[in-house]
Design a protein around this ligand. Sequence first.
Ligand code: ADP
Length: 595
Amino acid sequence: MIGPTRDYLRQLAAVTRWRLAQALALVMLGSLTEGLGLALLLPTLQLAGVDIGPHTEAGRYAALVRGALGQIGLRPTLALMLALFVAIVGARAMLTRAQSLSIAVLCEDFAQYLRERLFEAVSGADWLFICSSRSSDFVHALTSEVDRAGAAAHQGLYTMSGAAVAALYVGASLILFPAATLLMLAICAALAVALHARTRAVHRAGGDYSAVAAGVYAAAIEHLQGIKTAKMYGAQRRTCQSFARLTRNMAAAGIRISREQLAADAWFEIGAAAMMGVILLAALKWLAVSPPEVLILLLLFARVVPRVRGLQSTYRAFASLLPGFATIAGIQVRCRAAAEPAAATGPALELHSALRLEGVSFSYPGGPPVVRSVDLTIPAGRTVAIVGPSGAGKSTIADLLMGLIAPAAGCIRVDGAPLDAARALAWREQVGYVAHDTFLFHDTVRANLRWAQPNADEGELRAALRMAAADEFVARLPQGLDTVVGDRGAALSQGERQRLALARAFLRRPRLLVLDEATNSLDSENETKILGALDGIRGGITIVLIAHRLSTIRWADLIYVIEDGTVVESGDWATLCARLDGRFRTWCIAQGLAA
Ligand code: ADP
């Protein structure tokens, strides 16, 4: 508990600085007004006719306050004291308002800071880390966990505020009744130690809540992504049942937090009552405190005890929310460990002669090698096809070529210069990429295109659409370029989505265009149109085509056949088809493209 609390407070102080100072100053001022109210209590009681005796500590203190008022020219009457009370309560109300507002702003600021930094950290992590992580964990951290970490600031500051006020009361009581107060402090300390285990249990329950909530997020996102398939398999009921199980676990974790908190509150209540009993008994029997002083002591306790209980409660609420911050900090640490360089450091890579893989091997974390000692040359301005069965390693090779992942062994060279982590970012600026599963925003066609090239004018947008054989269908859409394509492009057919993605890639005027099974789900008419468009730009840019439908790659200048992570054949269409016992020829025959 101490370590996580320290980390949290350190970051809160580093981020909110003067806001935290302002909130704390308001907390202290609020406590001061509370203290002033308290200071007027004894003389007011005296003026109201309560005999507290002139020779007791309380009597001497009341005389001191009366003297202080006299010094500033005020004659202490009951009416003046009550008027002062009203003024102090009014000031306290205004200060409480300012303090609460300041804390609310601070919490929002802190949550916003955490959310932005976390988003940056996730975006800046390398592809390998991202693709081996559960994206719902990021969503969970960015939403629920950030909210919990922000709310922890709220509870933390209210704990401090509670502690400041309680300290005032304890201070006053220490002056008036030193022995009884010391006894109270000792019992309070014993209560705090006894309840520490409960606070740790609340913290643990908060951690469990984080874990089950992450599971609920994962299930919800997964289900929403696969809802069509779930419907087709009649799996809604099953999915709903397993989701209900997860939410029941989440509710149980939430209830456990409340149970631990309430149990601690109840034990505090019992402990405090016992404490008051012991102290009163001790005051009357052994410490010879007079009955009016006992009355004041009781009044003090009646105000101090609820505050200390509130202080403990807010601290436990803080402890239950702290794991939200731990989740965020954990993800940030992992993202930073996998961070890509923020900006290109070396000279930019230019593709004029060839892009080469030289003895490149790669394996995903914990897995076997999926690319093994691959040598491959992609001449600039040419169209190169990479073909092979599913799982052969084609997409992994594409990711290597684009600088998304780095080889475990061997080297990738652009015109002889190594494509290392420092230059990968700038290299990717020159690469256009269209994947099999197209990614579109829930926005207009125009916004989806401009996302790749924010400065593109109307003419460039239309030219890109024409090149991707998408101009006609976009013109037929109800609002043309301003039609909203639906969540992930749901309002379009897959072929239409892919042509939009192609247009988006063309807009960037890439030096290297990588199409990973991008024409897979197009009908032959549209495929012909796109291939025709690509044919039109041949020589201008370098194209890497990844395909298993061999008709798509007929016009490629060079074909690499990949099997089990290695290059098994290479050459142009005619050469490969002429190889009588060749793999490529066998596939061509299987796909009816050769006899
Ligand atoms: P292809 O594009 O030829 O179908 P891939 O390059 O996608 O093949 O995959 C090659 C191998 O790497 C497959 O066995 C696949 O299971 C594995 N693989 C692909 N992506 C990942 C990943 N993110 N984590 C672990 N293994 C992966």
